[in-house]
Design a protein around this ligand. Sequence first.
Ligand code: CA
Length: 231
Amino acid sequence: MPDTRPTILVVEDEPPIAETITYALKTEGFAPLWRTTGREALATLAQQPVALVVLDIGLPDMSGFDVCRELRRLSAVPVIFLTARSAEVDRIVGLELGADDYLAKPFSPRELTARVRAVLRRTGTGPVAAAPASDGVWRHDAARCRISYRGQVLELARNEYRLLAVLVAAPGRVFSRDQLMTAAWDDPGAALDRTVDAHIKLLRAKLREIAPAADPIVTHRGLGYALREET
Ligand code: CA
Protein backbone atom coordinates (compact mmCIF):
# COMPACT_ATOMS: atom_id res chain seq x y z
CA MET A 1 0.00 0.00 0.00
CA PRO A 2 1.45 3.38 -0.94
CA ASP A 3 1.66 5.90 1.87
CA THR A 4 -1.13 8.37 1.25
CA ARG A 5 -0.60 10.39 4.39
CA PRO A 6 0.13 14.04 3.53
CA THR A 7 3.77 14.95 4.11
CA ILE A 8 4.28 17.92 6.40
CA LEU A 9 7.73 19.50 6.41
CA VAL A 10 8.57 20.75 9.91
CA VAL A 11 11.45 23.26 9.97
CA GLU A 12 12.36 23.85 13.60
CA ASP A 13 15.77 23.92 15.26
CA GLU A 14 14.60 23.22 18.81
CA PRO A 15 14.32 19.44 19.27
CA PRO A 16 11.70 19.47 22.09
CA ILE A 17 9.36 21.64 20.01
CA ALA A 18 10.01 19.66 16.85
CA GLU A 19 9.37 16.39 18.68
CA THR A 20 6.08 17.66 20.08
CA ILE A 21 4.98 18.83 16.64
CA THR A 22 5.99 15.71 14.74
CA TYR A 23 4.39 13.47 17.37
CA ALA A 24 1.11 15.40 17.18
CA LEU A 25 1.13 15.33 13.36
CA LYS A 26 1.78 11.59 13.29
CA THR A 27 -1.05 10.98 15.73
CA GLU A 28 -3.37 12.96 13.47
CA GLY A 29 -2.52 10.93 10.39
CA PHE A 30 0.14 13.09 8.77
CA ALA A 31 3.65 12.09 7.71
CA PRO A 32 5.99 14.69 9.22
CA LEU A 33 9.53 15.31 7.98
CA TRP A 34 11.78 17.21 10.37
CA ARG A 35 14.55 19.58 9.25
CA THR A 36 16.54 21.87 11.54
CA THR A 37 17.91 24.45 9.10
CA GLY A 38 16.59 26.54 6.25
CA ARG A 39 19.08 25.08 3.79
CA GLU A 40 18.08 21.50 4.59
CA ALA A 41 14.42 22.44 4.28
CA LEU A 42 14.92 24.02 0.85
CA ALA A 43 16.93 21.00 -0.32
CA THR A 44 14.10 18.71 0.79
CA LEU A 45 11.49 20.82 -0.99
CA ALA A 46 13.50 20.68 -4.19
CA GLN A 47 13.55 16.89 -3.99
CA GLN A 48 10.07 15.88 -2.98
CA PRO A 49 6.54 17.23 -2.85
CA VAL A 50 5.17 18.14 0.54
CA ALA A 51 1.60 19.11 1.41
CA LEU A 52 2.48 21.90 3.85
CA VAL A 53 5.45 23.53 5.59
CA VAL A 54 5.54 24.43 9.29
CA LEU A 55 8.31 27.01 9.39
CA ASP A 56 10.03 28.46 12.46
CA ILE A 57 11.20 32.04 11.92
CA GLY A 58 14.25 31.79 14.18
CA LEU A 59 16.46 29.23 12.44
CA PRO A 60 20.23 28.90 12.91
CA ASP A 61 21.32 29.51 9.32
CA MET A 62 18.72 31.88 7.85
CA SER A 63 15.45 33.45 8.94
CA GLY A 64 12.15 31.75 8.23
CA PHE A 65 11.20 34.84 6.19
CA ASP A 66 14.12 34.20 3.83
CA VAL A 67 13.33 30.49 3.66
CA CYS A 68 9.75 31.39 2.71
CA ARG A 69 10.92 33.77 -0.02
CA GLU A 70 13.22 31.11 -1.46
CA LEU A 71 10.71 28.31 -1.27
CA ARG A 72 8.15 30.46 -3.10
CA ARG A 73 10.45 30.21 -6.12
CA LEU A 74 10.15 26.44 -5.97
CA SER A 75 6.56 25.94 -4.98
CA ALA A 76 3.22 27.34 -3.90
CA VAL A 77 3.09 24.97 -0.91
CA PRO A 78 1.10 26.36 2.04
CA VAL A 79 3.25 27.72 4.88
CA ILE A 80 2.45 28.12 8.57
CA PHE A 81 4.99 30.25 10.42
CA LEU A 82 6.04 29.60 14.01
CA THR A 83 7.12 32.67 15.89
CA ALA A 84 8.52 33.28 19.35
CA ARG A 85 8.34 37.07 19.18
CA SER A 86 5.29 39.26 18.85
CA ALA A 87 7.25 41.76 16.73
CA GLU A 88 7.49 39.05 14.08
CA VAL A 89 3.72 38.72 13.94
CA ASP A 90 3.48 42.24 12.55
CA ARG A 91 5.94 41.34 9.83
CA ILE A 92 4.03 38.20 8.91
CA VAL A 93 0.75 40.07 8.72
CA GLY A 94 2.18 43.24 7.18
CA LEU A 95 4.31 41.61 4.54
CA GLU A 96 2.78 39.44 1.92
CA LEU A 97 5.18 36.53 2.07
CA GLY A 98 2.69 34.03 0.87
CA ALA A 99 2.27 32.68 4.38
CA ASP A 100 -1.05 30.99 5.04
CA ASP A 101 -1.12 31.24 8.80
CA TYR A 102 1.09 31.58 11.85
CA LEU A 103 1.25 30.36 15.42
CA ALA A 104 2.88 32.20 18.29
CA LYS A 105 4.94 30.09 20.70
CA PRO A 106 4.04 28.58 23.04
CA PHE A 107 1.14 26.78 21.36
CA SER A 108 -0.52 23.47 22.04
CA PRO A 109 0.03 20.54 19.66
CA ARG A 110 -3.75 20.44 19.20
CA GLU A 111 -3.76 24.04 18.06
CA LEU A 112 -1.07 23.28 15.51
CA THR A 113 -2.76 20.25 13.99
CA ALA A 114 -6.05 22.17 13.83
CA ARG A 115 -4.32 24.96 11.88
CA VAL A 116 -2.63 22.46 9.58
CA ARG A 117 -5.99 20.89 8.80
CA ALA A 118 -7.64 24.28 8.30
CA VAL A 119 -4.95 25.52 5.91
CA LEU A 120 -4.99 22.29 3.90
CA ARG A 121 -8.76 22.50 3.68
CA ARG A 122 -8.65 26.17 2.64
CA THR A 123 -5.95 25.73 0.05
CA GLY A 124 -7.51 22.57 -1.28
CA THR A 125 -4.21 20.73 -1.16
CA GLY A 126 -5.02 18.36 1.63
CA PRO A 127 -6.68 15.04 2.07
CA VAL A 128 -9.44 16.64 4.07
CA ALA A 129 -12.92 16.77 2.60
CA ALA A 130 -13.63 19.65 0.25
CA ALA A 131 -14.09 23.01 1.91
CA PRO A 132 -17.62 24.18 2.51
CA ALA A 133 -18.67 26.83 0.00
CA SER A 134 -17.36 30.17 1.20
CA ASP A 135 -20.04 32.72 1.83
CA GLY A 136 -17.53 35.44 2.61
CA VAL A 137 -17.07 38.40 0.32
CA TRP A 138 -13.33 37.83 0.06
CA ARG A 139 -11.46 34.62 -0.45
CA HIS A 140 -7.68 34.56 -0.61
CA ASP A 141 -6.08 31.43 -1.99
CA ALA A 142 -2.47 32.15 -1.11
CA ALA A 143 -1.18 28.90 -2.54
CA ARG A 144 -2.47 29.90 -5.96
CA CYS A 145 -1.96 33.66 -5.53
CA ARG A 146 -5.65 34.22 -6.20
CA ILE A 147 -8.17 36.50 -4.59
CA SER A 148 -11.90 36.11 -5.15
CA TYR A 149 -14.37 38.90 -4.55
CA ARG A 150 -18.06 38.02 -4.23
CA GLY A 151 -17.40 34.64 -5.77
CA GLN A 152 -15.41 35.90 -8.74
CA VAL A 153 -11.68 35.38 -9.14
CA LEU A 154 -10.02 38.75 -9.75
CA GLU A 155 -7.59 39.22 -12.62
CA LEU A 156 -4.79 41.04 -10.86
CA ALA A 157 -1.35 42.23 -11.84
CA ARG A 158 1.43 41.22 -9.44
CA ASN A 159 1.52 44.43 -7.41
CA GLU A 160 -2.27 44.69 -7.34
CA TYR A 161 -2.47 41.17 -5.97
CA ARG A 162 0.14 41.79 -3.31
CA LEU A 163 -1.48 45.03 -2.27
CA LEU A 164 -4.96 43.59 -2.04
CA ALA A 165 -3.69 40.51 -0.18
CA VAL A 166 -2.40 42.77 2.60
CA LEU A 167 -5.75 44.54 2.92
CA VAL A 168 -7.77 41.32 2.76
CA ALA A 169 -5.64 39.75 5.51
CA ALA A 170 -6.75 42.40 8.02
CA PRO A 171 -10.11 44.00 7.24
CA GLY A 172 -10.61 47.24 9.11
CA ARG A 173 -6.92 47.79 9.75
CA VAL A 174 -5.54 50.99 8.24
CA PHE A 175 -2.32 50.54 6.30
CA SER A 176 -0.11 53.50 5.47
CA ARG A 177 1.11 53.96 1.91
CA ASP A 178 4.56 53.05 3.21
CA GLN A 179 3.38 49.74 4.61
CA LEU A 180 1.50 48.90 1.45
CA MET A 181 4.48 49.78 -0.70
CA THR A 182 6.82 47.64 1.38
CA ALA A 183 4.41 44.76 1.08
CA ALA A 184 3.70 45.00 -2.62
CA TRP A 185 6.89 46.21 -4.26
CA ASP A 186 10.20 44.38 -4.37
CA ASP A 187 12.05 47.67 -4.48
CA PRO A 188 9.86 50.04 -2.46
CA GLY A 189 12.43 52.81 -2.61
CA ALA A 190 11.89 53.14 -6.34
CA ALA A 191 8.15 53.63 -6.05
CA LEU A 192 6.47 56.92 -5.25
CA ASP A 193 3.54 57.34 -2.88
CA ARG A 194 1.21 57.97 -5.71
CA THR A 195 2.09 54.56 -7.17
CA VAL A 196 0.12 53.04 -4.31
CA ASP A 197 -2.72 55.47 -5.05
CA ALA A 198 -2.61 54.55 -8.73
CA HIS A 199 -2.81 50.84 -7.94
CA ILE A 200 -5.65 51.36 -5.47
CA LYS A 201 -7.47 53.18 -8.24
CA LEU A 202 -6.97 50.23 -10.60
CA LEU A 203 -8.13 47.81 -7.92
CA ARG A 204 -11.24 49.88 -7.22
CA ALA A 205 -12.11 49.87 -10.91
CA LYS A 206 -11.84 46.06 -11.01
CA LEU A 207 -13.96 45.69 -7.86
CA ARG A 208 -16.56 48.11 -9.23
CA GLU A 209 -17.03 45.89 -12.24
CA ILE A 210 -18.20 43.14 -9.90
CA ALA A 211 -20.18 45.27 -7.42
CA PRO A 212 -20.66 48.84 -8.68
CA ALA A 213 -21.86 50.36 -5.41
CA ALA A 214 -19.88 48.44 -2.79
CA ASP A 215 -16.58 50.41 -2.76
CA PRO A 216 -14.87 48.11 -0.21
CA ILE A 217 -11.51 49.94 -0.10
CA VAL A 218 -11.76 52.93 2.23
CA THR A 219 -9.43 55.94 2.04
CA HIS A 220 -8.38 57.28 5.43
CA ARG A 221 -7.21 60.78 4.70
CA GLY A 222 -3.62 61.35 5.76
CA LEU A 223 -3.30 57.77 7.01
CA GLY A 224 -3.75 55.30 4.19
CA TYR A 225 -6.18 52.62 3.17
CA ALA A 226 -8.24 49.89 4.78
CA LEU A 227 -10.67 47.26 3.70
CA ARG A 228 -14.22 47.87 4.87
CA GLU A 229 -14.76 45.51 7.76
CA GLU A 230 -18.32 44.47 7.10
CA THR A 231 -17.67 43.47 3.51
CA1 CA B 1 14.06 28.54 16.60
